[in-house]
Design a protein around this ligand. Structure first.
Ligand SMILES: Nc1ncnc2c1ncn2[C@@H]1O[C@H](COP(=O)(O)OP(=O)(O)OP(=O)(O)O)[C@@H](O)[C@H]1O
Length: 579
């Protein structure tokens, strides 16, 4: 974690070095103040009756100038540190986001979205603040405490030794407190992540919550989660209260004892009033600095508590490669797909095998319809082809190349998908269509309109008051199922992929919509290798091959009229029946 943090802070090294320079200047000035203020007091007290106006004026004017410089240096330090901190937080966030996006799909099956969001927003801020602003305040406190102690010894060694005897026990208390706080922060952030996860999922799916009338139950669940966060916060508040109460009390007691002992020393003429004042001011500074150091320590512990989890995520190596492997040339890549003796189980349920010895061949440029009852693994075949998961054994090849050899990022640019319920992002229709291009920013409005036209989408889009600039709402909620499908088809057309993976909508579209979607799909399928999870007889009839998953359905299909019709009507078709 430390090396990772250093790497993230590295680009800020000059900013941080400059901040350290300003920190030194401002600390030196702050710490010389008590000494000179003592001199001013001595000028006033030790020359009774004499006219000390001139020397007092010039010393005060000089000190004002120096203090002004100190203030400017301190302000610059705060600015530099804060901006460096924010830059580090930004880098932490982007590094973490990119690390999350590169993880294999199984990771997202196991990790909850809300947790990741919480890490991304709250933990990064906590860690960033603790290693910059807090570090700078800590350094300042440390420097001031040590200079202050030195000056206390310089002014009065015996008084200094007396005062410092109370520091070691305080330090032990601070360390214990810091450890406790670190543990507490980790627990707080974890339970906060759970609460965020719950809120995110329920708000994101408010229609389902509403349909089941579960609002009150959900409120209670959320309240329970944040109640636990509150309990932890109470524990932290209690620890904090005890710690700061104790340090505040010991600070005051120290000042009181300095006054007492110093008063005695002054009485026996070992100290001037100016020296005692300087000493008191130094003791005060040291007290404040130690307070600063302890809050630095506790903040650092909090940051480290949050940072541990963050680093696990940042350093996690994806189990499937993200952008490695070979790419095929235009001539070699034709789009012939083959599953050979594939065995697969989802990583989250390794004991439940979805396929064993599964084989299927889809020649380049042909349409393969996939049918079978629910849960037999049709969507799983699509996921395997997209290389969202790897088979346990057996191979999946593209033009004879094992897809494990291919660069998944490249390979996915050659595959188009349209699912039953296509997911659109909450931006404009134009942006959603452009998402299909390798570089969406280069897509022209004409291209978008052209593919929308082919996908039978241009008509209804133009009927919207804002046309292609209409925002579709989260996950495309402001559109109908058929409209979403046609936008998804336009998006796939823009990608112009060699291989197409389609999941036909089961939800009943009205006749006109169904016709428009079907027509758009037919245009999309032209000249590509297509694997389609088919739910309609017409789709099966138009396919070059049909693969049936699950023996039960095969028996059912063969006994139905539809199947007979299908077998008669499609003389060039070949039916592959798989068990
Ligand atoms: N991410 C996952 N993790 C674990 N198991 C999964 C996952 N996705 C699907 N499954 C399981 O894999 C099996 C096959 O699911 P799949 O979605 O491929 O079936 P399907 O034939 O496409 O079904 P449907 O026609 O209902 O969409 C099911 O038993 C399902 O519970």
């Amino acid at each position: 974690m430390t090396t990772g943090l250093l790497a993230l802070a590295h680009p800020e090294r000059w900013r941080l070095t400059a901040a350290l320079g300003f920190l030194t200047v401002s600390s030196v000035i702050t710490m010389s103040a008590p000494f000179f203020l003592g001199k001013v007091i001595d000028i006033i007290y030790t020359n009774p009756g004499e006219d000390f106006t001139d020397s007092l004026t010039s010393l005060c004017a000089l000190l004002s100038g120096i203090f002004l410089c100190g203030a400017a240096a301190n302000a610059t330090r705060v600015y530099l540190m804060q901006t460096a901190g924010q830059r580090i937080v930004k880098r932490l966030r982007t590094t973490m986001f990119s690390s999350v996006l590169k993880q294999e799909t199984a990771f997202f099956d196991k990790t909850r979205t809300g947790e990741l969001i919480n890490r991304l927003s709250s933990d990064t801020a906590l860690l960033g603040r603790s290693v910059t602003e807090n570090l700078s305040d800590g350094l300042r406190a440390g420097a001031q405490a040590s200079v202050g102690v030195g000056m206390m010894f310089f002014v009065s060694p015996s008084l200094a030794a007396f005062v410092l005897s109370v520091v070691p026990p305080l330090a032990v208390v601070a360390v214990i407190y810091g450890r406790y706080l670190r543990k507490l922060t980790k627990m707080t952030q974890d339970s906060l992540a759970e609460a965020t996860q719950l809120a995110e999922e329920r708000i994101g799916n408010i229609r389902t919550v509403r349909a089941f009338g579960q609002e009150v139950a959900e409120m209670e669940k959320y309240t329970n989660k944040v109640d636990y966060v509150l309990q932890l916060a109470k524990k932290e508040a209690l620890a904090r209260a005890g710690f700061f109460g104790a340090t505040g009390l010991s600070g005051n007691l120290i000042v009181l004892s300095v006054l007492y002992k110093g008063g005695l020393l002054m009485g026996s003429a070992y100290m001037t009033v100016g020296e005692l004042s300087s000493f008191l001011m130094y003791a005060f500074w040291v007290g404040i600095s130690i307070g600063g150091l302890s809050s630095f320590y506790s903040e650092l512990m909090k940051g480290l508590g949050a940072g541990g989890r963050l680093w696990e995520l940042i350093e996690r190596k994806p189990q499937l490669p993200f952008n490695e492997g070979i790419t095929l040339s235009k001539d070699t890549f034709r789009g012939a797909l083959e599953f050979k003796d594939v065995e697969f189980a989802y990583p989250t349920r390794p004991e439940t095998s979805i396929f064993k010895d599964f084989s299927l061949s889809i020649p380049a440029g042909s349409i393969m319809a996939l049918v079978g009852p629910s849960g037999t693994g049709k969507s799983t075949i699509v996921s395997l082809l997209l290389r969202l998961y790897d088979p346990i054994s057996g191979t999946i090849t593209v033009d004879g190349f094992d897809i494990r050899q291919l660069n998944p990022l490249w390979f996915r640019t050659k595959i188009g998908t349209v699912s039953q319920e296509p997911i659109l992002f909450s931006c404009s229709i134009a942006e959603n269509i452009a998402y299909g291009a390798e570089d969406p920013s280069t897509v022209t409005a004409e291209e978008i309109q052209r593919v929308a036209e082919i996908a039978n989408a241009a008509g209804f889009i133009r009927d919207f008051p804002k046309g292609f600039d209409t925002v579709v709402g989260e996950k495309g909620i402001l559109l109908s199922g058929g409209q979403k499908q046609r936008i998804a088809i336009a998006r796939a057309l823009l990608k112009n992929p060699k291989i197409l993976l389609l999941d036909e909508a089961t939800s009943a579209l009205d006749a006109e919509n169904e016709y428009l979607v079907q027509e758009a799909l037919d245009r999309l399928m032209e000249g590509r290798t297509v694997l389609i999870i088919a739910h309609r007889l017409s789709t099966i009839q138009n396919a070059d091959f049909v693969a049936v998953l699950g023996q039960v359905v095969l028996a059912q299909l063969q006994s139905t009229e539809e199947c007979e019709k299908l077998q008669k009507s499609s003389s060039p078709q070949k039916h592959e029946c798989l068990s």
